[in-house]
Design a protein around this ligand. Structure first.
Ligand code: F6R
Length: 260
């Protein structure tokens, strides 16, 4: 695992975007996208590179981590709509190449299995960008999620629903209680896991995920079991880490030939 502490949240987003762009330029067949606020800076950097540097997503398949159950697909907070509004509609992604679990399916377990099959048929996902919940969730794998789980329905914790109420005009009643999410096993199949966390609200979760025990109670601690992980944090999100000096030293002395 490589831990990068940037000088600012803006810099963290640009670096995450650059890393994703490198995968696309190297010929990634599929990339994994997250929603929420954490990846927005990375998406802005990808849009900038598309407009100014010829980065193209033509032929790349994109897979979202998760989707709320029961929100109409055109609801502004459905993740299907969110990712188009914030990212994919601003670049040359074909709409039909952007995939998400079907949170409106009549048969939810079948929709979960279909999503797994779609990823398997189009993968492997070269790079998966990830945020982290204040309770350590990854995707919507809430504390207690099996470390080998696959795409399935999950019940959101009250904490996650409260955290996400800001996207629903602060109205907790509007936040769905259930989601379809890639499992921790599904996420772990990606070649490179790229987690971005900024702000003091994430400091405790980041420290648990990176330096705490591997535990289903901190789902993001599954990162410790993956061979290629980059965690990008700003100073606020790094505040509870113990080995900050070492992380900074390792990046300052990163061999010139070694990419992220
Ligand atoms: C989003 C997702 C979640 C978020 C997490 C952090 O697709 O799967 O794990 O990454 O809840 O959300 P933000 O970035 O809004 O703080």
């Amino acid at each position: 695992m490589e831990l990068v502490i940037t000088d600012s949240a803006a810099e963290a987003g640009v670096l995450a975007g650059r890393i994703m762009a490198d995968h696309v330029r190297r010929g990634a067949r599929a990339i994994g996208l997250a929603t929420g606020s954490s990846p927005l800076g990375a998406y802005r950097e990808l849009i900038r590179q598309y407009r100014e540097e010829g980065l193209s997503f033509a032929g790349v398949q994109a897979f979202l981590l998760d989707e709320y159950l029961g929100l109409p697909p055109d609801h502004p907070q459905s993740y299907r709509r969110f990712i188009r509004d914030e990212f994919t509609a601003h670049v040359d992604f074909a709409d039909s190449d952007v995939h998400s679990p079907d949170g409106n399916a009549a048969d939810i377990p079948a929709a979960a299995a279909d999503y797994e099959q779609l990823i398997a048929a189009n993968g492997p996902i070269a790079v998966q960008i990830l945020g982290i919940g204040t309770n350590g969730h990854l995707g919507f794998n809430e504390p207690g999620s099996s470390l080998r789980s696959r795409t399935r329905v999950k019940t959101l914790t009250p904490k996650t629903r409260a955290d996400n109420a800001r996207f629903f005009a602060g109205d907790l009643a509007q936040v769905p209680t259930h989601v379809l999410t890639q499992g921790l096993g599904t996420i772990s199949d990606a070649g490179h896991l790229l987690m971005i966390a900024t702000g003091t609200g994430k400091a405790e979760a980041v420290a648990s995920a990176v330096e705490g025990p591997v535990s289903a109670f901190c789902p993001a601690s599954i990162l410790q079991m993956h061979p290629h992980v980059t965690v990008i944090v700003d100073p606020a999100a790094a505040a509870n880490l113990r080995a900050v000096d070492y992380y900074r030293f390792a990046i300052a002395n990163k061999p010139a030939w070694q990419s992220y």
